[in-house]
Design a protein around this ligand. Structure first.
Ligand code: FES
Length: 146
């Protein structure tokens, strides 16, 4: 008959292992948001500028939505050039739409209206749509990430 010298795992050892694992998981859970805050690329930073595809084909008064980093942006071609605004409504964060026939932005969530410059015309939004920097290089249009 063989005699084993291994001791069975004790209850105390098991509880200590649980405490170590719990501490590790809690530490990771607290560290990840901090690292994401300090790492701009994780927030959509470092994007630089984004080309507006098909901008040369847009007629005056047209608008289109693009993604700049993690932000939805509406690019509008006005009579004197392109403008861009955050597409996120300043009320509760719904995405606004460009209404080319009325030349204004419309938020479908609570029927807010913003004028062609992003200023609040009606509805509950407390602030205008934030504008974005637009650069035109020849026929190419870029929106610069904030
Ligand atoms: S979220 Fe746009 S009006 Fe409320």
């Amino acid at each position: 008959m063989a005699v084993t010298t291994e001791k069975p795992p004790s209850r105390r050892g098991f509880i200590e292992l649980l405490v170590v694992l719990g501490t590790f998981v809690s530490g990771v859970a607290m560290a990840v948001p901090g690292l994401m805050y300090m790492w701009p690329a994780a927030k959509g930073g470092g994007v630089g500028k984004v080309e507006v595809e098909g901008a040369s084909g847009m007629a005056p008064g047209d608008g289109k939505i693009i993604q700049v980093g993690s932000t939805a942006v509406i690019v509008v071609r006005g009579r004197s050039g392109f403008r861009a605004y955050s597409a996120v409504c300043t009320h509760l964060g719904c995405l606004v739409r460009w209404d080319a026939s009325e030349q204004q932005f419309f938020c479908p969530c609570h029927a807010a209206v913003f004028d062609e410059n992003g200023q609040v015309v009606s509805g509950p939004p407390p602030a205008p749509l934030p504008s974005m920097v637009v650069k035109e290089v020849g026929d190419t249009v870029f929106v610069v990430a904030a």
